[in-house]
Design a protein around this ligand. Structure first.
Ligand SMILES: [Ca+2]
Length: 427
């Protein structure tokens, strides 16, 4: 570009040199003055025209040069812009190259993809896959059912816990009320008994009549089952007994009653003779009392066994009495026997088990037919009318494991027994 400009300027200067030499020419002025004048004028015109043309050309060239310079500047600007764009593209390209390099270096990803592809292939090839899915579905179904059952069990358990808690609270309240009642009225009850006894004694003294047993109380109008005082011996000897005023028309005197293991029945001959325990809980009324109440008149025996599930079975013997001590309180039992326990005392089908006619035995007095003492045999200690030895034994040890044959075969052990009762009533 610079060279082009130098050439243009040289071209412009050349005509100026030529014009200067023409204007300062050295031709002969004397001979040709006129001619020369005309020629000079012509030449001057020509020169003027040339100068004008050169001027025009010069102006035109200047304009061209300016345009060329503008073009050059424009091209420069374009080149600069293009260089910027190329630089930006280069940077982008470098960035992409580095990304590609990075991806190429990341072989882990490719390996993972390959592994997954292999697993997918393997799973597709696995012929047992469907079976495994079915098994899993069954397991899921079973687990769902288990979960449902578990939830139901949890709900039921919560209800049971709630009811148990409620029952405990109720029991506690009940026990508290009982304790409160006992605390409040124990003294009054004792006073009532004293009054009753005094009244009875006074009545006896006045009327010369004593209530011998529960039937006398019943005849007197007592219809409430409970503990009463009786006078079995036609004197002022008192005996507190439990009277059942409801069963079989009422008036039953309990000679034996067991409601808990708090009273041991492993007793001596003397204790069975005189009686032990207390009428509010468990007791044996005493063989002398039983003899006194049953001698000289017909009485019935009513035996009942109450089980832990709340049911009660019984057996009624039409005739019952025992001899006095001199005859070892021998048992005299007669039928018919009726009830739900079954006859295991009178006609058992075995002469070794029938109890009618048997003497009473205690651990310290062997009156049975067995070569050892049935009343002191192993752990089955207690008083009874043993034979060889027994199918019934209501005075056996309370311990369920040790209470052998309370009423065989209906009740083979004391495991299920909650209580027993032997009651008598005269005809
Ligand atoms: Ca014996």
């Amino acid at each position: 570009m610079m060279m082009f400009l130098v050439l243009v300027l040289l071209f412009i200067s050349i005509p100026q040199v030529r014009t200067g030499s023409l204007l300062t020419g050295t031709n002969d002025p004397n001979s040709t003055a006129l001619y020369n004048n005309r020629r000079d004028v012509q030449e001057i015109d020509v020169l003027r025209q040339i100068i004008n043309q050169e001027t025009l050309i010069r102006v035109s060239l200047v304009n061209d040069v300016r345009a060329a310079v503008d073009d050059v500047n424009s091209v420069k600007r374009n080149m600069t812009s293009t260089e910027t764009t190329v630089s930006s593209l280069q940077q982008t390209l470098n960035g992409l190259k580095s990304q590609v390099d990075s991806l190429k270096r990341d072989t882990t990803l490719a390996q993972k993809v390959e592994t997954l592809q292999w697993q997918v292939y393997t799973l597709r090839q696995d012929r047992t896959l469907e079976h495994r899915v079915e098994t899993l579905e069954r397991q899921v179904s079973t687990l769902s059912q288990d979960n449902a059952l578990q939830r139901k069990l949890e709900i039921l358990q919560k209800k049971v816990d709630s009811l148990t808690e409620e029952q405990k609270r109720e029991n506690n309240n009940y026990q508290k009320k009982i304790q409160e009642f006992k605390r409040k009225f124990s003294r009054k009850i004792a006073d009532v008994y004293d009054l009753l006894n005094n009244r009875t004694l006074k009545t006896v003294q006045k009327d010369a009549k004593l209530n011998k047993d529960c039937q006398d109380h019943y005849i007197e109008g007592q219809t409430q089952s409970g503990v009463y005082v009786v006078y079995p011996f036609h004197n002022e000897t008192q005996v507190r007994v439990y009277c059942d005023m409801e069963t079989e028309s009422g008036g039953w005197t309990a000679i034996q009653k067991r409601v808990s293991g708090s009273v041991s029945f492993d007793r001596t001959w003397a204790e069975y003779k005189n009686g032990f325990g207390n009428a509010n809980d468990s007791y044996w009324i005493g063989n002398d009392v039983i003899h006194e109440l049953t001698k000289g008149r017909n009485s019935s025996l009513y035996v009942s066994i109450t089980f832990r599930n709340g049911t009660t079975l019984y057996e009624l013997y039409q005739l019952f009495s025992i001899a006095d001590e001199s005859d070892n309180y021998r048992l005299l039992l007669g039928g018919p026997a009726t009830g739900t326990l079954g006859d295991s005392m009178l006609n058992t089908g075995s002469p070794y088990s029938d109890l009618s006619g048997m003497s009473f035995s205690t651990p310290d007095r062997d009156n049975d037919r067995y070569r050892f003492n049935c009343a002191a045999y192993s752990t089955r200690r207690g008083g009874w009318w043993f034979n060889f030895c027994h199918r019934t034994f209501l005075n056996g040890q309370w311990s369920p494991e040790s209470w052998y044959r309370p009423w065989y075969p209906t009740v083979r052990s004391g495991t299920s027994v909650r209580g027993t009762m032997m009651m008598i009533k005269r005809h």
